[in-house]
Design a binder for this molecule. Sequence first.
Ligand code: NAP
Length: 346
Amino acid sequence: MTGTDIGATVMAATDIDVVPSTRFADDDRLTWRFLMRVFVTGASGWIGSAVVPELIGSGHQVIGLARSDASAAALTAAGAEVQRGGLDDLDILGSAAAASDGVIHLAFKHDLAFTGDFEGAANADRLAIEALGEALVGSDRPFLIASGTLGLAPGRVATERDMPDLDAATTLFTGGPAIRARNAQMTLELASRGVRSSVVRLPPTNHGEGDNGFMATLVAIARDKGVSGYIGDGTNRWPAVHRLDSARLFRLAVETAPAGSALHAVADEGVAIRDIAEVIGRHLDIPVLSISPEDAGEHFTWLAGFLGSDSPASSALTRALLAWEPTHLGLIDDLDQGHYFHTPAP
Ligand SMILES: NC(=O)c1ccc[n+]([C@@H]2O[C@H](COP(=O)([O-])OP(=O)(O)OC[C@H]3O[C@@H](n4cnc5c(N)ncnc54)[C@H](OP(=O)(O)O)[C@@H]3O)[C@@H](O)[C@H]2O)c1
């Protein structure tokens, strides 16, 4: 497997402008690594707070962007240096990127996106990516951003070679999601300007204890309605990954992914939404019911469009390219651990 197989340009290790190198034990193998100072935006978030210890545990230094005292304190406690600033502080993003050996961009204005201004959040993301990317042009340094697998190839298993069809009449690639898809394309194109850029496509659920994302929302809706629902016959599928496995992929990618790589952080290729609903129904002891597509918007609110998508995805090319193998629980087994069903605080 070469980088070319997933549309990337192969880069030799000697092209990476990072010293010193050292040896680390990794899964019983001894491998060479270039130790880096990695600038991480969103380092205090759900995925970032797994990526930071993954990087530090492998000998890298982390400089995390923090917009608040609370986020700064969390990063310091995790052993990272703090760069104070927000996503709109483009000068700060550029100078921190220029002073780093590589960048992982995970920050996203979810607060804005999920309160009605997804386009505003996606546009802020574009400006941040431009600022970070421009600072790295000509450096051959790594630049990773998070993207998504949802809607890539509706109805069939998406691979790393698939690109979002922005002309398709799907509701997933209009407005903010379309802008985010273009942001990912823009990141990949930086490969032709001397940036070792990669896009890590995440499945809709990066599950694990403490998750506050789509799975937790689905559980909250089921609890609220007294019904664990799925749309139609519920055979549509979502891929999934444990967040500790996706964190490991980010680390492997910043170390060695070839320029222009689209990578899939996918462990479960496709879990039927009905199977998810059944576990939730069993744990909450409530009925599991089909919700008609016509009623899905009322029942699931903003989640309906995502939940109805049949978007399985493969990670075969990513696994072969980076020797990444997920080792943590799959989605159904993780749900069955019970931590999603602890009674929320009043
Ligand atoms: N979680 C998933 O399952 C999933 C699935 C697909 C794609 N993704 C994508 O993966 C990336 C990381 O997701 P996540 O789940 O870790 O998100 P998250 O838990 O919501 O974390 C978001 C991060 O962005 C930071 N942030 C938000 N607005 C900011 C601003 N204005 N200035 C500076 N920092 C700001 C937050 O800082 P504070 O700590 O200060 O709030 C936090 O560190 C995002 O691009 C997301 O869309 C996630």
